[in-house]
Write a protein that binds this ligand. Structure first.
Ligand SMILES: [Zn+2]
Ligand SMILES: [Zn+2]
Length: 245
């Protein structure tokens, strides 16, 4: 191999250019398998609730729910609306085990979080994947939140604890329930591992999609009651209010 100045860069460029975009199959020409055109077209979440990231008409104000009663978590970070094509990419990742799609979304979430840390968002002490019930884990074979947390942990150099949060009780499929029923369903579902290292720590929950926020609220409450100082939530996408566009 030639070691002339400038050669390293062209080899690097060749590596970058050589990956096809996972969405359109054109050369990605980026350090990850997504071309700039497809990246721009992703449903980036702009105006959002300053606390729970619910899509809003104006940015930074609180949504009705957070204004009425502050949620137990401090901050939800989500780069995207749960809209096309992110919804379909997440679904293929989860239901068809298309890990490269999950890996790509996870990497972009990592870039997003790093930019937020650079802007002053405090880095957490540890990442905690939202646990999955044993039965569903057996059916699917993997927990997408655990994979995301592992990828984020490596990229952002943050520890991941996969065993602190437990889900011993099987819950009914949440889609069929209204917000109040979901909350009731979830309060009983989660528990902490024996003697969890929680006291005084800043923890961040990791999940793929945040819908009503009931899961995040239940888990954040559990951690704060056990002595956690702060709980944030990192997810790929945030849905609008049920029934909203
Ligand atoms: Zn593309
Ligand atoms: Zn809110």
């Amino acid at each position: 191999m030639d070691c002339q100045p400038g050669h390293g860069r062209s080899v690097y460029n060749w590596l970058i250019n050589n990956q096809p975009c996972l969405l359109c199959d054109e050369p990605a020409q980026q350090p990850y398998p997504l071309c700039a055109a497809c990246e721009t077209e992703l449903p980036w979440l702009q105006e959002r609730c300053g606390r729970c990231a619910l899509p809003m008409a104006i940015d930074g104000v609180l949504c009705g729910q957070c204004a009425r009663r502050a949620p137990p978590f401090t901050q939800v970070e989500a780069p995207w609306h749960y809209g096309f094509p992110v919804d379909s990419l997440i679904s293929q990742f989860k239901h068809n085990a298309r890990w490269p799609l999950g890996r790509l979304l996870g990497e972009l979430l990592g870039h997003w979080l790093q930019a937020r840390f650079d802007d002053g968002l405090p880095r957490p002490d540890c990442l905690l994947p939202v646990p999955m019930g044993r039965k569903r884990l057996r059916q699917r074979g993997f927990n997408q939140a655990t994979l995301l947390a592992r990828w984020l942990g490596t990229q952002l150099r943050l520890p991941v604890d996969e065993h602190m949060l437990l889900r011993p009780v099987e819950t009914r499929a949440q889609q069929d329930l209204d917000a109040r029923q979901r909350q009731r369903n979830l309060l009983q579902a989660f528990t902490l591992a024996p003697r969890p290292w929680v006291q005084g720590r800043h923890l961040a929950l990791v999940d793929d999609v945040m819908t009503t926020g009931a899961t995040a609220r239940a888990l954040a409450q559990l951690l704060l009651r056990a002595g956690a100082e702060r709980v944030d939530v990192y997810c790929l996408a945030r849905t609008a209010k049920p029934g909203a566009a």
